[in-house]
Design a protein around this ligand. Structure first.
Ligand code: SF4
Ligand code: F3S
Length: 104
């Protein structure tokens, strides 16, 4: 599966939802997640994200993100159309430790 990681937080560009063939993105206030049970591993969303937040869960150190994606895909609503990204999205693009600071 692919997972959405920290770089999405407060950037939430949503280009990813436009290309997913199985509509498996779910929307929180500050980020999106992928439902690992629904993702078919096609990979088309990965290069679409301007924040480079989407990665295959086979990369090192992504166990935490797989958990976050699985957990919140169960409770957040499905999103299938790109909305308006936050006005200050670009200000948060290279900010570090966004999970600790802003995840809710
Ligand atoms: Fe959707 Fe494919 Fe991305 Fe999985 S890898 S979330 S199926 S676009
Ligand atoms: Fe987030 Fe990138 Fe999608 S910033 S909403 S994963 S396009």
């Amino acid at each position: 599966t692919y997972v959405v990681t920290e770089a999405c937080i407060k950037c939430k560009y949503m280009d990813c939802v436009e290309v997913c063939p199985v509509d498996c993105f779910y929307e929180g206030d500050n980020m999106l997640v992928i439902n690992p049970d629904e993702c078919i591993d096609c990979g088309v969303c990965e290069p679409e994200c301007p924040a480079e937040a989407i990665l295959p869960d086979t990369e090192d150190g992504l166990a935490k993100w797989l958990e976050v994606n699985a957990k919140y895909a169960e409770v957040w609503p499905n999103i299938t159309e790109k909305g308006e990204p936050p006005a200050d999205a670009d200000d948060f693009k290279d900010v570090e430790n966004k999970f600790e600071k802003f995840f809710s």
